[in-house]
Write a protein that binds this ligand. Structure first.
Ligand code: DMJ
Length: 462
């Protein structure tokens, strides 16, 4: 983390992302300091206090959202709103909540559609929400169902219910036509609410399913958030219908679907699923809980082998499964993604099995060997040849390095009893949800969960 961060500070300070080979910063997210904001909680958790204070200073003095930039509502929420709220929850420093509220207000008009399912792009200075041209007017499932954790937290921390109401309404809309298998198409018309027929736990679907589970956890599993758990369990019946085995080695994978056709493909992005399944398993009765934990472990073994099966020991972007050939790399780049180490982190926390640490260490060493250069970390254009690209993705600092660090930290460091990670690995405090409305405790700036007595300490100011 120090090497990645120091390189960013030296060559790309305040820019969204570092291009390590060019030794330049680029504004890939509209000039919001994406890597800096994405890194705040990682710096804090790792005890890199001087670096955290310098980053805090930039947020206070230079982070300006009044930009005429067509921002992705999803990317801005998970990285910037999530990063700032996590920094607030960890440090108690109100500047982070002020900034999160500013950007939250700018994103909010995206939900003003006939159905309440949001447009996925909005201009940060002028509003004017719309969808990208390439979706032919549709909204994307993951982009529309991955703001709930952040916007619920924003309402809880500010005492203003409007953020939570908008984001939760989208889920209520999805629930109106939720299919029996809980699998929604990845393109959804925001005016009519009708989904397309492409189903995946990878790109454009993934974190919708993740947030159904995590909002239930965020709300402390009360009746107020039971709908989310119910929807998640429904989607898990659909997931089970997509689980298949390779030949000859019997690797378990999650296939994709288009209409009635099964597609024997899995994105590395879908490797968040073993962690999610393990995290959700304990909410079932004993038999089902064991069934889901076993499935999670089998899927993690597959994802680990996405890495182990290439010459660089780094996974490609997606895999195809042909009879008799186990797994074959499809798109062959690796952009420092976190999903597999994220799942290893959850499995290690939930089972105590040190094998997951060993696997995580193997992946860490492969990143060190192939991706570390003098001025930061780069991805690979091809996991077979090892040819490097020129981008240090902000999620490498937010997620990949954080999950690797936590994989080797005591379980008390960001305890899963007290924190829930957003999809960008930003931990948010679990706050018990009362049956209606925003937690009344929030209005005076307090957000202490009722069911947890806690001490002052490094991992929280409450
Ligand atoms: C991150 O921005 C998030 O994890 C998101 O859910 C998926 N894509 C990247 C990491 O791969």
């Amino acid at each position: 983390m120090l090497h990645a961060w120091t390189s960013y500070e030296k060559y790309a300070w305040g820019k969204d992302e570092l291009q390590p080979q060019s030794k330049n910063g680029v504004d890939s997210f509209g000039g919001l300091g994406a890597t800096l904001v994405d890194s705040l909680d990682t710096l804090y958790i790792m005890g890199l206090d001087e670096q955290f204070q310098r980053a805090r200073g930039w947020v206070a003095d230079s982070l300006n959202f009044n930009k005429s930039y067509d921002a992705s509502v999803f990317e801005t929420t998970i990285r910037v709103v999530g990063g700032l709220l996590s920094a607030f929850d960890l440090s108690g420093d109100k500047i982070f909540l002020e900034k999160a509220t500013d950007i939250g207000n700018r994103l909010l008009p995206a939900w003003d559609t006939a159905t309440g399912i949001p447009f996925n792009i909005i201009n940060l200075a002028h509003g004017n929400p719309h969808n990208p041209g390439w979706t032919r007017g549709d909204s994307i499932l993951a982009d529309s169902g991955t703001e709930q954790l952040e916007f619920i937290a924003l309402s809880q921390r500010t005492g203003d219910p409007k953020y939570q109401e908008k984001a939760e309404n989208a889920i209520l809309q999805f629930n109106k036509t939720f299919p029996l298998d809980g699998l929604l198409g990845i393109y959804i018309n925001p005016h009519r609410g009708t989904p397309s027929s492409t189903i995946t736990f990878g790109a454009m679907g993934d974190s919708f399913y993740e947030y159904l589970l995590k909002v239930w956890i965020q709300g402390n599993r009360t009746a107020a958030v039971k709908l989310y758990r119910d929807m998640w369990e429904t989607s898990m019946t659909g997931l089970l219908s997509l689980v298949k085995k390779t030949t000859p080695s019997s690797f378990t994978y999650i296939a994709e679907k288009n209409g009635d056709s099964i597609i024997d493909k899995m994105d590395e992005l879908a490797c968040f699923a073993p962690g999610m399944i393990a995290l959700g398993a304990s909410g079932y009765g004993p038999d089902k809980s064991q069934q889901f934990l076993t499935l999670a472990e089998e899927l993690a073994w597959t994802c680990y082998n996405f890495y182990q099966s290439t010459p660089t020991k780094l996974a490609g972007e997606n895999y195809f499964f042909h009879a008799g050939q186990d797994m074959t790399v499809g798109t062959s780049w690796n952009i420092l993604r976190p999903e597999t180490v994220e799942s290893l982190f959850y499995l290690w926390r939930l089972t105590g099995n040190k094998t997951y640490q060993d696997w995580g260490w193997d992946i860490f060493e492969a990143f060190e060997k192939n991706c570390r250069i003098e001025s930061g970390y780069v991805g690979l254009k091809d996991v077979n040849s090892g040819v490097k690209d020129d981008m240090m993705q902000s999620f490498f600092l937010a997620e990949t390095l954080k999950y690797l660090y936590l994989l080797f930290s005591p379980t008390s460091v960001i305890s899963l009893d007290e924190w829930v990670f957003n999809t960008e690995a930003h931990p948010l405090r679990i706050v018990t949800r009362p049956l209606e409305g925003v937690n009344s405790e929030a209005s005076d700036g307090q957000h202490k969960p009722k069911s947890h007595a806690r001490k002052e300490g490094r991992f929280g100011h409450l």
